[in-house]
Write a protein that binds this ligand. Sequence first.
Ligand SMILES: Cc1cc2nc3c(=O)[nH]c(=O)nc-3n(C[C@H](O)[C@H](O)[C@H](O)COP(=O)(O)O)c2cc1C
Length: 434
Amino acid sequence: MTDGTPRSLAGENPFPLALWAEAVYSRRAIPATLATGSPAPGTGSAEPGLLPHGPRLPLAPPPLHLAPTPGSPATLADPAVLSALLHYSYGLLQHDLTPGGWPLHRAVASARCRYPSELTLVSPTAAFRFDPLHHQLIMQTASVTSRQAADPGVSRFAVITSRFARTARLYGDYAPRLCAQEAGMLLGAVHLVAAALGLRTRPGQDQETLHGLCANLLPAGAEHPMGYLEILRPVKHPGDRSWPPPDLASVLRARHSGAALFDPEPVLSPKALLTDLGAALAAAPFTDFSCHLLVQRVTGFSPGHYVHSDGHLRQVSDGDPQTSLEQIGQTEGRVSMNFRSTACTAYIAVRRGAAVARYGADAFRRLHLTAGAAAHLLCVAAARQGLAARVHNGYDAAAAERLLGLAPGEETVLFQVAIGTARPGAAFRVPVVF
Ligand SMILES: Cc1cc2nc3c(=O)[nH]c(=O)nc-3n(C[C@H](O)[C@H](O)[C@H](O)COP(=O)(O)O)c2cc1C
């Protein structure tokens, strides 16, 4: 933009094709002001928009456990199910009391805790925006006549939108990349928690359906439609599953991304990390991705390069992956974190060439939904073993392609997630109870 306004705020195509080069293959789009935490040029200093106005509906206290309702099919008409779905997908779960830190942490990770994603339940008569900080719903649209009948329990879609301005305030034109990643992670979270509650969902990327769901819902230009999940008729017997795990609620309450500088203890992680990781990825909402793992310290697995695709984990090569980790994990020529002591680092790769040929600029949104949903599952699988998982965008996408043996010009890495045993740190996080 010539006037300094970040492109992400200028109402143009939210995902121009140039974004691949500017925000995935390089970090050119990140403004120099990020290092100081000052507002990016063109974004001003005011905090961008608050939640919509409308009647507020308090939600029931979230249950401490996530499980299908015994004896009857799960439904959003049950206040406990509605509350649990929202809280464990995107609710406020931890309060970090460390002075000068980022105090509020939600169920899903977010770059510098900006939380640009928004979650809205859409029913035939109304839309209900989730307000995680107050654990409430805000009724956004309802005609006067249908207002009495408007009931979040009859919602048929969970819709994910994104306020780029929240993230662009620090990240400028890099915001669409982060917002697309985070929308995918939120989609993965809703899909996971719904499954744990016995709700059936069908995740969707279709642009026409998405725009139809968002019509009359979004303030013009301020919020972008990203993805949705259709909430289907429940099944009576969800069947046996190894994933989601029965202790999911406590796992989500404990999930975290580690200390400011990711520097885990160099200790062996349990074998179950990779078993859970495999089960989680096999249940991912979208399947068109592969997950490469550079394993260093996992009991029962020799160090090396593994790939999880089509539901199976196979070893590609053995040997200490430290050199590859440090060649991939670079931020402007310097290693982004202490990769030497991780248990393993995961890279989520997608078929960019085919997707761009088919969907053009919209491939960016679609592929980030796919990869983001898988990335959240990695974070949850790590948390189940008491480990920290750090999504970190300080990686060289071209080096990752080369060193992981991806198909040149076709496959691209969209997420780097380092997993390890967090050292005791200065942070003091307390659980948030509604
Ligand atoms: C899409 C995305 C990108 C991120 N990129 C970085 C990064 O480049 N460097 C970094 O140190 N942390 C990065 N993070 C980690 C976040 O800052 C971290 O998730 C946040 O502090 C919230 O902490 P919590 O997950 O423990 O609640 C990223 C997180 C997300 C979701």
